[in-house]
Design a protein around this ligand. Structure first.
Ligand code: C2E
Ligand code: CA
Ligand code: CA
Ligand code: CA
Length: 283
């Protein structure tokens, strides 16, 4: 048993070292990526479920690495958050989204609002509202062109501060939504105080809705409760991660009409999303 223990221990350190090494390599490469402007935005439509009309877009960052190819955010955003690099990446993402909106407008493409994700580190950074204002002003877009998404858990982390910061953004005219809703335990009294206009149902709940037989699962109950909450509090509801017709039908039956998911469109690069915006529809 002792030998086993040692074995386990050595195995553990090897794995940990490897993880730290990989994290360190990614961090170094990410610093270069920021300089070399390798971060690019993809855009995923949020659509009217019934008509397929594109209502808005979510900007999602990817890393176009010269050797590794297109790196998904799950591989580098957590490292960027842990190392503080997110405080450099966030403004780059926002600026790129604003420049793109400006370009679309100049090309006569019908523009819809673009939602940008804010990490917890960014949310609680000093002068966030002012930093955002500067970028918006520099690029010549208007607050109505933009939305910000913060996760429910980021908002709940320091709720009093979050209320203040989000109120400042709201006063500037930005729309706000609570991301990954249902996973962060916001209490109802706080939810009422957060100046958000929309709740995004976390896609883990949608993933469990697959057929009429699932009608009694906990996820069904939660999704129904969130839709009801939205109706009662006057908040828009966006269902995330809609992949199947069954999920779509479930949402329609329960009066949720806005969704984002692979069933309608994946996150798409500019050259693919632009023609879609011209038609205004994904169907
Ligand atoms: P998120 O903000 O919850 O974004 C939604 C994620 O769900 C995206 O993953 C999107 O591609 C994925 N998704 C959408 N529809 C479906 C579907 O039908 N099925 C499945 N399986 N997935 C779907 P992505 O682009 O890999 O981003 C992952 C996370 O990385 C984001 O989760 C967000 O937390 C973070 N992230 C991405 N871009 C940014 C950014 O610019 N800034 C910050 N701070 N975080 C970002
Ligand atoms: Ca999001
Ligand atoms: Ca989400
Ligand atoms: Ca998420």
């Amino acid at each position: 048993a002792k030998a086993d223990g040692r074995h386990t221990y050595r195995f553990y350190t090897a794995t940990l070292n490897q993880q730290l090494l990989e994290q360190f390599q990614v961090e170094q490469a990410l610093r270069l990526a920021i300089e070399r402007q390798e971060l690019v935005l993809y855009y995923q439509p949020r659509v009217n479920i019934a008509t397929g009309a594109i209502l808005s877009l979510e900007a999602l960052v990817r890393w176009n690495h010269p050797e590794w190819g297109l790196v998904q955010p799950g591989r580098f955003i957590p490292i960027a958050e842990a190392t503080g690099l997110i405080l450099q990446i966030g403004p780059l993402v926002l600026r790129q989204a604003c420049e793109q909106i400006k370009l679309w407008r100049a090309e006569g493409v019908p523009v819809v609002p673009v939602a940008v994700n804010l990490s917890a580190n960014e949310l609680y950074q000093d002068n966030l509202a002012q930093r955002i204002q500067t970028i918006v002003h520099d690029t010549g877009v208007t607050p109505a062109d933009l939305e910000f998404e913060v996760t429910e858990s980021a908002a709940m982390h320091s709720i009093e501060k979050a209320v203040m910061i989000l109120s400042a953004l709201r006063e500037q005219g930005f729309s706000l939504s609570l991301d990954d809703f249902g996973t962060g335990y916001a209490s109802l009294s706080y939810l009422n105080r957060l100046p958000v206009q929309a709740l995004k149902i976390d896609r883990s709940f949608l993933a469990e809705i697959n057929s009429a037989e699932d009608a009694l699962t906990q996820s069904v109950t939660i999704v129904k409760a969130i839709i009801g909450l939205g109706a009662n509090l006057g908040l828009h509801i966006i269902a995330e991660g809609v992949e199947t017709k069954e999920q779509r039908d479930f949402l329609i039956n329960h009066h949720c009409f806005v969704a984002q998911g692979y069933l309608f469109a994946k996150p798409l690069p500019v050259d693919v999303i632009t023609p879609l915006l011209r038609t205004g529809n994904v169907l």
